[in-house]
Design a protein around this ligand. Structure first.
Ligand code: BMA
Length: 319
């Protein structure tokens, strides 16, 4: 482990960790689980709602709801799984993972886009819900290998947009973030690369993926994404920023050169998968951005930031 002073020096000023991290741990679960991480987040009924990825003692993941009035404390966790892999959707055979939640403004429903772990590898599935109790499954929307996906809350020129991350046959080609469009949430096409992974020694070399759902700001869609650097000691999962045009999200306005958040605290550095910070959900209250992230594939933690400071940073960052 590195010297605390070095860690402090490298620490981003943009995001501040919640002092009571980690906020959700396997020991808090009402039933026996291995790990709780990579939760999607939204506001529902005036409360912060997380759909937490829970890995059971077989190694298979499902989603379980945790709700808090203030988004930080007193989490009420469902006494049993909220959304479990379904046998009539065979692509969910090895579990469902890493949800991103978006309220579809025109439909008055919440879209939950998640990774299904199929016999052919990870792929992207969609379900909708009005109450986070019952879910309507649309099934597969992107074939394997594909993951790290989210919808936007509204259509662009009559089409839904999806950010996702197909995996190439070789990581030497780079696993980039893509965007695709659909008229009906079922048929997808018009595929293009949105953000390429940077090569060589970059912090986001070869493999990147969307973090939380896109965040609408006055200056564009704010994207928090994870970048993976592979080292002799394993992979480092850190976070960077990008800003997309509000009307045409295929246009990238900004992309941070540096990572802005990464594993430093003990709960981020030690766990089932060390050195992972992996957010799948944010909630924005005024200027306060609350980011919910999985820490070392073991527990859930929170970091907060000011939306204004993030936008200022992106405007001054030399990319
Ligand atoms: C990624 C995803 C995440 C996981 C991360 C680190 O590929 O599978 O679910 O948190 O690896 O293990």
């Amino acid at each position: 482990m590195r010297d605390k002073d070095i860690q402090h020096h490298q620490e981003s000023v943009l995001f501040k960790r919640f002092k009571h991290n980690p906020v959700l741990t396997p020991a808090m679960w009402p039933y026996r689980v291995n790990s709780v991480f990579n939760a999607g987040a939204t506001v529902f009924g005036g409360k912060v709602l997380l759909l937490v990825r829970v890995e059971d003692m077989r190694g298979i993941s499902h989603l379980c709801k945790a709700v808090s009035q203030d988004g930080y404390t007193n989490w009420k966790i469902d006494s049993e799984p909220t959304l479990i892999p379904k046998t009539d959707f065979p692509e969910e055979k090895f579990g469902i993972e890493d949800p991103r939640i978006v309220k579809l403004e025109s439909e008055n429903t919440y879209a939950v886009v998640y990774t299904s772990f199929s016999e052919s590898g990870p792929l992207v599935s969609l379900a909708t819900t009005e109450d986070f109790i019952t879910f309507r499954r649309y099934g597969v929307i992107m074939p394997p290998d594909d993951k790290d996906a989210s919808l936007f809350p509204r259509k662009f020129k009559g089409r839904w947009a999806l950010i996702h991350r197909p995996s190439p046959t070789s990581y030497l080609l780079g696993a980039h973030i893509w965007m695709s469009f659909s008229p009906d949430l079922k048929h997808w096409g018009d595929y293009s690369i949105l953000l390429p992974a940077r090569r060589g020694s970059w912090w986001d070399a070869y493999k990147i993926g969307l973090g939380p759902q896109p965040i609408e700001t006055s200056e564009g869609w704010l994207i928090i994404y994870h970048g993976v650097k592979t080292t002799a000691a394993g992979s480092l999962y850190r976070l960077g920023l990008a800003l997309l045009d509000l009307e045409d999200p295929r246009k990238v306005i900004k992309r941070s050169a540096e990572w802005v958040f990464g594993p430093n605290e003990i709960y981020e550095r030690v766990g089932d998968v060390p050195d992972v910070t992996f957010p799948c959900g944010v909630v924005v209250k005024g200027d306060e951005l609350i980011m919910y992230y999985g820490a070392s594939d073991t527990s859930m933690a929170i970091a907060t930031a000011s939306v204004k400071q993030i936008l200022d940073y992106l405007n001054h960052d030399k990319c």
